[in-house]
Every structure is written in structure tokens, then in C-alpha cells.
Ligand binder design. Structure first.
Ligand code: NAP
Ligand code: ZN
Length: 353
């Protein structure tokens, strides 16, 4: 075991504060990474505040962070994919059984024994639960470590590990591309990546936002049209016209308004995970044989595919780089939709702790 600097929260009502945590020494299949940047996902806020207590209760203290990019410092004897000095990424998962049908199909995120990067039982015993990327170092099984294209800005790469794959995967699964009209609801961390991917895949992209001040950015990010969702007239114009809509909203909102915008056999995929249940009118689905689905991050092979796609198309997240000491302020700003479009924590700021 060795000590790592981190930021953790002691309870749902506590701010994140400086802490020391244990990390295991690398075992033969482990990769030790010096973390350079970690993105702030809205899931971090949900979990730190125990907002998913029904489905996923939080164990305290919690060290959040699952959008990790850094440099390899040490590898176990059996690791062949990485060597010290390589760039490396880690997303929302750090382990799974790797033998079940889901793992064999490359869907580790659906493995019944999947271990999340933080807040899952730690079978290595470095802590009661796994600790995430708001930290200067992490040790991860090599299967769950991703190769990072060398041509990309690292602060902007970090959010690809969650916001990137979470939007890339459903866009690919539902065939967002040329000739398709694709909606993205909520221009936050996930939403802005959804816009970039849908645009890069060749779809006609419409952004739905509650924030009129994001209109120009939405167009710059790749949207063809922007709808201010509070404006009923603007909303009505798009009724029954979408092939696919990605809903990336973190709070309560009216899903039926978006279901009614789908054309026949159109689909909405939820990636946003609001604290409270969403209400659905049966008729929103019956009319037009519409579908409602969900999507959870993406498997390791697809995450690598997404990173390679980003390398080829020069895609990164638009980030505001902050020191760790501003993390609590960043959470408050995120809750006010005041983030353009992802906070990325510069881990060099932990050196002074
Ligand atoms: P975020 O950066 O805070 O973005 C959420 C956006 O939702 C906001 O920027 C805002 O966009 C919109 N919004 C916020 N409050 C709203 C309201 N009351 N009504 C309508 N729109 C509202 O969050 P994020 O990191 O992108 O995460 C979004 C959600 O996805 C979270 O619930 C998160 O936990 C979840 N998530 C799921 C997965 C998965 O695997 N499925 C992975 C990561 C995150 P506008 O200003 O444009 O309206
Ligand atoms: Zn996330």
C-alpha cells in the first residue's frame, strides 16, 4: 500500500476536502497511473450527495472521479499493453468478472460483478470501497485502462472517458448519421459531446436547451438548429420529426414533450439520471410506435473505439480547467447549468495539499 493525495466527502452534506487515501501496490495485471486531469461529471454530484440512494447508495467517505487521464508510472509483470511513460485513460469501471456473457461480448458495464471506479466494494482492501480520480494516483487492472491518442489536449480528453463514451455509444447503437435527424436535450457535459459526435457522424443535429445564452455555442459545437425548450412555439415546429433523441438532462423535466417529437419508430435514449422518477404518458409511446430506452456508459472495446475516433477527428471536450481547491464551487456552478462545458481538474493543484 502507498499513500495518495485526494479530495473526499465525509457525508452527503459535507464539502469535498483534502484527504490521504491508500492505493494498492500494483499486482501483476495492474497499471499505476499518475493522474494529470480528472473531469467533473454530474454523476459525481449525484453520488457525493447520495441522490441515488435507492439504486446506488453512497458509502462515505467518497472520493469521486471517473474521467481520468494520466501517465503510467509502473506496470505489473503481466502487463504488455502499457509501459511507464505512456498516456492512459480510466473511465467509470475498474474491474469486472471478465467471464460472463456481458464481459465476453464487450459490455463490461453490464457485468453483474462490475466494479465502479469509485463507491464499489474494493476486493483489494485498500479501502472499504474503491476511490476515484480526484486524486494524484490510481492503480487499475490493465483491461480497464485505455490508450489515449497522443494528438489530443489532455484536459479535454479526460471527459471523454465518461461524457464521451456515454454519448458516443447510443449514437452508434441507434445509427445517428447521414440522413438522420438527431436531437440532443441538455447542453451540459454529456450533451455537448453528443452534439460533437452526432455532427461528426453526419446527422442533422438539433439542440434543446433551457439556456438561451448557450445558443451560439451550440451552433459552434456542431448543431444545425437550436431550440429554446421553454418556448412552446419553437418546440411545436419539430413535432413528429426526429429519428433519434438523446436526453442528457440531470434534473426533472417533461419527457413527453420530447417523445412527441419522434417520428414513427423513433427512439429516445435516456442517459441523464435525475434523482426523481420521470412521468410518461402511454400515448406518447403508442402514437407512432415510439421507443424509450436507456444507455449506460459503454464497454471497454467501444470506449477505445471512441477514443481512437476522437484522435482521428480531433475531438475533445470543451473544458474549463480548475484547481482541485475550486471543486465545491464547480459543483454549485454545475447545478446552475453554468459550465462550458465540462470542468477538468488539474491534478498539479494537489501538490500544494
Ligand atoms: P451537466 O453538465 O450538469 O448537464 C446537464 C444539463 O441538463 C444542463 O447543462 C442543462 O442544460 C440541463 N438541465 C439542467 N437542469 C435542467 C432542468 N431542470 N430542466 C431541463 N434541463 C436541465 O450534467 P452531465 O454531467 O452532462 O450529466 C447529465 C446526466 O447524465 C446526469 O444525471 C448524470 O448523472 C448522467 N450520466 C449518466 C451516464 C450514463 O452512463 N447513463 C453517464 C454520465 C452521466 P441546458 O442549460 O442546455 O438546458
Ligand atoms: Zn460520469
Amino acid at each position: 500500500m502507498y499513500n495518495s493525495k485526494a479530495y473526499s466527502a465525509a457525508s452527503a452534506k459535507s464539502p469535498l476536502a483534502s484527504a490521504k487515501i491508500n492505493r494498492r501496490d500494483p499486482t501483476p495485471h495492474d497499471v499505476q497511473i499518475e493522474i494529470l486531469f480528472c473531469g467533473i461529471c454530474h454523476s459525481d454530484v449525484h453520488l457525493v450527495r447520495n441522490e441515488w440512494s435507492g439504486a446506488l447508495p453512497t458509502v462515505y467517505p467518497i472520493v469521486p472521479g471517473h474521467e481520468i487521464v494520466g501517465r503510467v508510472t509502473k506496470v505489473g509483470a503481466a502487463v504488455t499493453k502499457f509501459k511507464p511513460g505512456d498516456l492512459a485513460g480510466v473511465g467509470c469501471m475498474v474491474d469486472a468478472d471478465c467471464t460472463c456473457p456481458e464481459c465476453k461480448a464487450g459490455f463490461e458495464q453490464f457485468c453483474p460483478n462490475m466494479i465502479m471506479t469509485y463507491n464499489s466494494p474494493d476486493k483489494h482492501g485498500a479501502g472499504p470501497v474503491t476511490y476515484g480520480g480526484y486524486s494524484d494516483s490510481i492503480v487499475v487492472n490493465d483491461h480497464f485502462v485505455l490508450r489515449v491518442p497522443a494528438n489530443l489536449n489532455l484536459a479535454g480528453v479526460a471527459p471523454l472517458l465518461c461524457a464521451g463514451i456515454t454519448t458516443y455509444s447510443p449514437m452508434r447503437h441507434w445509427g445517428a448519421g447521414k440522413g438522420k435527424k438527431v436531437g440532443v436535450v441538455g447542453l451540459g457535459g454529456l450533451g455537448h459531446m453528443g452534439v460533437k459526435f452526432a455532427h461528426a457522424l453526419g446527422a442533422h443535429v438539433v439542440v434543446f436547451t433551457t439556456s438561451p445564452n448557450k445558443k451560439d455555442d451550440a451552433l459552434r459545437l456542431g448543431a444545425d438548429e437550436v431550440v429554446i425548450s421553454k418556448n412552446a412555439n419553437e418546440m411545436q415546429k419539430h413535432g413528429g420529426s426526429f429519428d433519434f433523441i438523446l436526453d442528457a438532462v440531470a434534473a426533472q423535466h417533461d419527457l413527453n414533450a420530447y417523445l412527441n417529437m419522434l417520428r414513427r419508430d423513433g427512439t429516445i435514449t435516456l442517459v441523464g439520471a435525475p434523482e426523481k422518477h420521470l412521468e410518461i404518458s402511454a400515448f406518447s409511446l403508442l402514437m407512432g410506435r415510439r421507443s424509450l430506452s436507456g444507455s449506460l456508459i459503454g464497454g471497454i472495446p467501444e470506449t477505445q473505439e471512441m477514443l481512437d475516433f476522437c484522435g482521428k477527428h480531433n475531438i475533445t471536450s470543451d473544458v474549463e480547467v480548475i484547481p482541485m481547491q475550486k471543486v465545491n464551487e464547480a459543483y454549485e456552478r454545475m447545478l446552475k447549468s453554468d459550465v462550458k462545458y465540462r470542468f477538468s481538474i488539474d491534478m498539479a493543484s494537489l501538490k500544494s495539499e
